[in-house]
Design a protein around this ligand. Structure first.
Ligand code: RM4
Ligand code: MN
Length: 388
């Protein structure tokens, strides 16, 4: 069995990135339900994210989404984050909420619309420069709804052209992370629907372009850990957007729908040594908390990622390798299941003790009084929301 000290030190080094938008009001296409105490400003979102970091100790970065987190002075925003114990993670571009983008953004048939979308992506790189962010994260809603609506190959050419312009603008330590999604909001074709399309574009661009795997962006039944293994092998797994789904892009708390799938994914990650920060895989959360209180839900997600990682670290890898080599199917499977069925909560509570943290971050949050404070203080103004 792996040495507990090694497992703990790996878990201590893990870095999970929080999405700023998870702290704002979100919902479905039917309704956004407002919650008391929700942030009105990017700074208030960062303050909330800082609570998650303070209580878990493994969430030191917060991703921003532009223009939802637009400010006049991004360097000041980065300093504000630093004062709260955080740094700015990925800068997420938004080319899906402007009226001009009805027929697409960087794949739009009109070059003027493509230029506008590309200019926004370049603006996001400026924001990376100002904040010290290393990652530009791109997700495109582009696609078509009807056969014949547009030229499928032509749209790929337009996409490649825009991505190349943005890629050239990246600094040496900066990456472009290209996310894919099977469908929605487009229902016939999506311009970046799968990991293969994303990978082809990344390979054409160069080594600073990497694929993002959002766990909610596949057809039901897709073997996500297989995709993860292939991307790791190709050196192109840039990041995860972790969330859970039962049906489509549900964006539920990480590990809520299928903790076993999360474990299988983390097994591939750990077996490649890619859980270590220096491997360059960003473990981002991408969630929308519709009905649950946001800060404790983010804490829950962080804990669920930690639990899956701990279980993957506990796999007896020499025993697994020996069983695989011997063709002992049952023993190989048992090596995984023994680790998965281990209750790692005492180990994680112990680790938090070592880190000077409360062993139960959710309970500590409820005791802290932070929720009451923000409900009392955040009155008036416009609550942050993905709908605006
Ligand atoms: C998209 C995609 C992006 C996220 C937005 C909010 O579906 O997952 O990563 O930035 O939603
Ligand atoms: Mn995502």
């Amino acid at each position: 069995m792996p040495d507990v000290t090694d497992v703990k030190s790996a878990l201590r080094g893990q870095q999970i990135e929080l999405p700023s938008w998870a702290f704002g009001n979100t919902g479905t296409r039917f309704k956004v339900f407002p919650q008391a105490g929700v942030p009105r400003t990017p700074q208030e979102k960062i303050s909330d994210a800082a609570q998650v970091q303070a209580l878990t100790g493994v969430a030191p970065r917060v991703a921003v989404h532009i223009p939802w987190d637009k400010v006049d002075d991004y360097a000041a925003l980065s300093r504000f984050a630093a004062d709260h114990g955080l740094s700015i993670g990925a800068v997420n571009a938004n080319v899906f909420q402007d009226n001009d983008y009805m027929l697409g953004s960087v794949c739009h048939p009109d070059p003027k619309v493509r230029a506008k979308a590309t200019a926004h992506l370049l603006e996001c790189v400026d924001i990376m420069d100002a904040t010290g962010s290393a990652d530009l994260k791109l997700w495109f809603a582009d696609g078509t709804n009807y056969p014949g609506q547009d030229d499928i190959r032509g749209r790929q050419d337009r996409l490649a052209e825009s991505l190349a312009q943005v890629y050239t603008r990246l600094g040496p330590g900066q990456r472009m992370l290209l996310e894919y999604k099977l469908f929605e909001p487009s229902f016939y074709t999506t311009d970046v629907p799968d990991w293969g399309t994303s990978l082809l574009h990344c390979q054409a661009l160069g080594p600073q372009a990497q694929v993002v795997v959002d766990t909610g962006h596949h057809a039901p039944g897709t073997n996500i850990e297989f995709i993860v293994a292939l991307l790791l092998r190709a050196g192109r797994l840039g990041a995860f957007d972790f969330n859970s789904r039962f049906y489509a892009d549900d964006d539920l708390m990480v590990g809520a729908a299928d903790p076993f799938q999360l474990f299988r994914i983390m097994h591939e990650v750990v077996s490649a040594g890619a859980h270590r920060p220096e491997a360059g895989v960003a473990f981002m959360l991408d969630q929308c908390h519709n009905i649950e209180p946001k800060i404790p839900a983010q804490i829950r997600s962080v804990l669920n990622v930690q639990e899956a990682t701990a279980k993957a670290l506990l796999i007896d890898r020499p025993a697994l390798a020996a069983a695989q080599q011997a063709g002992d199917v049952l023993a190989a499977n048992a090596a995984l299941m023994d680790a998965y069925n281990t209750d790692v909560r005492p180990l994680l509570a112990d680790l938090r003790g070592d880190m000077g943290l409360d062993p139960d971050p959710v309970a500590a949050y409820h005791r802290s009084g932070y929720q009451d404070t923000i409900i009392a203080e955040r009155v008036g103004g416009t609550q942050a929301s993905w709908a605006s």
